[in-house]
Write a protein that binds this ligand. Structure first.
Ligand code: C2E
Ligand code: CA
Ligand code: CA
Length: 656
């Protein structure tokens, strides 16, 4: 069954109530009128009995009530009663004794009471009160009132009952007319009231409904451009994907971001910025098909959902068409504004499996397009890494030169003497939103993008500045060499050695204070050029270490030919030593090999004393790890070094 509308429900409920109310009112009114009319009749009857009957009964006549045979009405008395009868326009008056015996009647010979009348007669006597009823006599309604007759005062014994019959036909027809009139009035009044009420409610409901529709529109649309907002877009996307999945068809989502919108907004003012956005929205709507949705995601970001796209190629074409919307300058207040945008495209199911993923992927692609200044970029599913790279990379670029990036230092300990013999510089990134990002996460990204070249130089700069500062304030550990990690990319930069040389010179730091750590993989990436670079660095007086040894495939020949001074055994082998005899064997072999080539051996990731003892027994020279210290900031380093000096085996601090 169809549900009634709000106004419909109201109409039914209120109308029912009104009808019931009208019924009740009419009933109340008519019964009040009737009671009133009867009361009036009764009063007449009573008055008549008091005035017309009791008054004319002389004390002598009392006997008559006791013994009707004994006394007879005098002519005068009867005349009086008769005239009163006329005055009151009675139908009839009948007198009855205590037991109901008929005594006298104004209309002919006394008539006996019927059974019903006798009951009323007895009731009047018993209660000493009026009792009335309406009876039909010869087809006419008559009010028949039984009045107990006492002599004068109400407390004396009754002598009998007078039955007064009053004509009721006129009253009844008056009553009927009054009720009909009143009912009509009530009904008309209520109907009017109801109509008024209904109209008000109907109007209110119409206004409310319009309001609700408007609210819904507002909740789902962008107020500036009138385009669907992110919520509505998500809904449509959800629906489109459900349908596409059934038909096995692709769904494309494009995210468009206006380039340098903030600048436009700042220089031209918000009003013009808004005008531009409205203009962009209008142009976008023109180039898409009816089935497509153009939405504003917020700020200067738009999205286009193409729910019925034939192929990836078509989606790409659409993306380019959308990008081309910005080819023509925008006329804002007679100002030709050349605006560019970045468009990211992701297609389901090729790049994503659900709404969230699709949004994410299109966003990544857009960000990529923006960073690479390529206008349009299709999400690259094959190198998902590189797509998150875009995000990290943008932030890392921003971080360069700010205090988000800092260097921490971790001491290296001589396993025999317990002396601190060096420091390793490790980069730290405190991201404003994401907090500390571990180097293992952002260094590979920087390496893939080439940003590592700048990053390494930046770290070198920070480290040498710090070393020079320690020298200047004559810190007690100002003799320690500091190791900096390089990337394979640095080794193929033709001017890297010159850069290091200049940097050392400008900070007036002696070359032997700088050690450079290279991973095995870096050594073998471009052997010839690497070889040359390492020799030039080594000629500067900088020392070179091979890092993470054991994880790559450095050949004996490489180890032999490179001007290395140190070999750092990768932490994974050191960790294995505590519970794996094979681990011990491997470390022993590495130590022996390194010594064979004249290299000092550093064990990385030493976390407990047992391993330290084993390493010492194997002849390993230096240890580095949490056992001694975590990497700490330059500010915290002095205190850590002082503590370490107290832990030396011979217990005598002999820092130069
Ligand atoms: P890495 O060069 O092998 O550096 C040693 C890493 O091991 C550091 O991690 C250090 O905190 C950690 N470590 C030291 N002792 C222990 C220990 O006892 N237990 C454990 N579990 N870990 C220990 P961190 O600082 O997170 O750096 C990770 C990697 O990121 C470095 O490995 C290095 O490859 C790279 N990296 C860090 N800073 C730079 C930099 O400035 N430039 C370049 N190119 N790479 C860097
Ligand atoms: Ca290292
Ligand atoms: Ca390492």
């Amino acid at each position: 069954m169809r549900r009634l509308s709000l106004t419909g429900t109201f109409a039914v409920v209120s109308l029912t109530t009104m009808v019931l109310l009208a019924g009740a009112l009419i009933y109340l009114f008519s019964s009040t009128l009737e009671t009133q009319a009867r009361d009036d009749g009764e009063r007449v009857a009573e008055t008549f009995v008091t005035m017309g009957v009791e008054r004319v009964i002389t004390p002598m006549m009392r006997q008559f009530w006791v013994d009707p045979e004994a006394v007879v009405y005098s002519e005068r008395q009867l005349l009086l009663i008769g005239s009163a009868n006329r005055v009151a326009e009675l139908d009839s008056l009948r007198l009855y004794g205590i037991s109901g015996e008929a005594l006298w009647s104004s209309i002919g010979p006394p008539t006996a009471l019927t059974a019903d009348e006798l009951a009323l007669h007895n009731k009047a006597l018993r209660d000493l009160a009026l009792v009335s009823t309406i009876v039909q006599i010869e087809g006419r309604p008559v009010l028949s009132v039984f009045v107990p007759v006492t002599y004068g005062d109400a407390f004396s014994q009754p002598y009998g009952v007078a039955n007064v019959q009053l004509p009721y036909a006129a009253t009844e027809s008056l009553l009927r007319d009054a009720v009909v009139l009143m009912s009509s009035l009530i009904m008309v009044a209520l109907l009017l009231a109801w109509l008024l009420l209904y109209r008000t409610v109907h109007r209110a409901s119409t206004v409310l409904r319009a309001q609700a529709r408007e609210n819904e529109h507002l909740a789902l649309h962008d107020p500036l451009t009138g385009l669907p907002n992110r919520r509505l877009l998500s809904d449509r996307l959800e629906r489109a994907i459900a349908i596409a999945n059934r038909r096995n068809e692709p769904v494309a989502l494009l995210i468009l971001d206006v380039d340098r919108f903030k600048e436009i907004n700042d220089t031209l003012g918000h009003n013009r910025g808004d005008t531009l956005l409205v203009e962009i929205a209008a142009r976008l709507c023109k180039v898409v098909r009816d089935a497509d949705t153009v939405a504003r995601l917020g700020g200067d970001e738009f999205a286009i959902l193409a729910p019925t796209i034939a192929s990836l190629l078509d989606a790409d074409r659409l993306a380019r068409r959308i990008h081309a919307v910005f080819d023509e300058p925008f006329m804002i207040d007679e100002l030709a504004l050349h605006v560019d945008c970045s468009v990211g495209l992701a297609v389901l199911p090729h790049h994503a499996a659900d709404v969230t993923e699709l949004f994410q992927r299109a966003d990544i692609a857009m960000y990529g397009a923006k960073t690479a200044h390529v206008g349009v970029l299709v999400y690259d599913a094959d190198s998902d890494d590189s797509s998150t790279d875009w995000l990290l990379l943008g932030d890392l670029r921003v971080a360069l030169g700010t205090d988000q990036l800092s260097v921490h230092y971790q001491p290296k300990i001589d396993l025999v003497s317990g002396d601190v013999v060096g420091l390793e510089a490790l980069l730290r990134w405190n991201h404003p939103q994401r907090g500390n990002i571990p180097p293992n996460l952002f260094i590979p990204v920087a390496e893939r993008s080439g940003l590592i070249r700048t990053l390494t130089r930046y770290v070198l700069e920070m480290v040498l500045t710090q070393v020079a500062e320690w020298d200047r304030v004559e810190a007690q550990f100002a003799y320690l060499p500091v190791a900096v990690n390089l990337s394979a990319r640095n080794l193929v930069e033709s001017d890297f050695a010159e850069f290091v040389e200049d940097l050392l010179a400008s900070h007036m730091v002696e070359p032997h204070r700088l050690e450079l750590e290279l991973t095995e993989s870096a050594l073998i990436e471009d052997p010839t050029r690497t070889h040359q670079m390492l020799h030039r660095l080594s000629e500067l007086g900088v020392t070179l270490a091979v890092d993470d040894f054991g994880t790559g495939y450095t050949s004996m020949a490489t180890l032999e030919s490179m001007p290395l001074t140190t070999l750092k055994i990768d932490r994974s082998f050191v960790v294995r030593m505590s519970d794996d005899p094979a681990g011990v064997t491997l470390v022993r072999a590495m130590v022996e090999l390194a010594h064979e080539f004249g290299l000092a051996v550093v064990a990385e990731g030493v976390e407990d004393e047992d391993v330290t003892d084993q390493l010492r027994a194997l002849g390993c020279d230096v240890g580095q790890g949490f056992l001694w210290s975590r990497p700490v900031s330059g500010d915290d380093l002095p205190e850590v070094l002082v503590q370490l000096s107290f832990r030396r085996p011979e217990k005598e601090a002999s820092l130069r």
